[in-house]
Ligand binder design. Structure first.
Ligand SMILES: C[S@@+](CC[C@H](N)C(=O)[O-])C[C@H]1O[C@@H](n2cnc3c(N)ncnc32)[C@H](O)[C@@H]1O
Length: 248
């Protein structure tokens, strides 16, 4: 199961992420008096930075382990948030029109494996947003998968563990699949390691598909950002961000 072991090392392995880029996006589209939800909040790094900036934001994640880390991190700060264990595909059963904004960052949407999953997620997010509420999410680009992830292998050694991270890509007509194979070698004693394996699967449909589903369920796309700005060659970007508004 995804994040079964990774949750313990996630923050360490993400230490090269420029979280400030994500915070800037939130600053651009929301005010601190808006009520926000981060779907796929993981270990809460973005959520906590937003809480510290005065935003009111709840978190939802399908991984109990990731939420446990988020809760521990929040308890060490002078901030508070409601964290929910839940599935982004099932938000339609939640209370209607509660949030001014929903964010879903760092390719969490790519964990949705089927077109129906994407439809159910967007439909549910529409349901929990207030009228004119904003939904922002990002996806990996196909360019990134093909040029930076296919057959990629990375390893790093820390005092207490070493990890291997291999990625492979399978390309189909209307989507691509990114497979992550992670192995953690945890040091137990001198020359004694325990190996923990974990696999993740992320699906990338083309940009037009996500756009069409947003529109199908009543969102108006107000911006599409390529690597956080619109000035670069969009065919060569790594990440695509959709900013959309709930229209009635
Ligand atoms: C790449 S992490 C991103 C975490 C966080 N947004 C961050 O910025 O570090 C993806 C997160 O999405 C969550 N996730 C995957 N599928 C989900 C689903 N169906 N419903 C809710 N969360 C999900 C995972 O458990 C994981 O915490």
């Amino acid at each position: 199961m995804a994040y079964e072991h990774f949750y313990k090392y996630y923050d360490l392995l993400m230490n090269d992420v420029n979280y400030e880029d994500w915070i800037q996006i939130v600053n651009q589209y929301f005010n601190t008096d808006d009520s926000l939800l981060e779907v796929g909040c993981g270990t809460g790094t973005i959520l906590i930075q937003l809480l510290e900036k005065g935003f009111s934001i709840d978190g939802l994640d399908i991984s109990e382990e990731m939420l446990t880390i988020a809760k521990e991190k929040i308890s060490q700060k002078k901030v508070s948030s409601n964290l929910f264990l839940g599935d982004m595909r099932e938000l339609e059963s939640e209370k209607k029109a509660n949030y001014d904004g929903v964010i879903c960052f760092l390719d969490s949407i790519n964990y949705l494996e089927t077109k129906v999953d994407v439809e159910n997620t967007f439909k549910g997010i529409y349901h929990i947003l207030k009228p004119d509420g904003i939904f922002i999410f990002d996806i990996h680009s196909i360019h990134k998968l093909l040029t930076k992830m296919d057959g990629y292998s990375y390893n790093e050694t820390f005092n207490s563990f070493t990890y291997l991270w291999n990625t492979f890509v399978e390309v189909f007509n209307d989507h691509s699949i990114l497979y992550h194979e992670l192995s953690f070698f945890i040091k137990k004693a001198k020359n004694v390691y325990v190996r923990l394996d974990e696999a993740h699967k992320q699906t990338v449909f083309n940009e037009a598909f996500y756009a069409s589903i947003l529109e199908k369920y009543g969102f108006k796309i107000i911006n599409i950002l390529y690597d956080f700005n619109n000035s670069i060659d969009k065919e060569k970007c790594d990440r695509i961000l959709f900013v959309s508004k709930k229209c009635l």
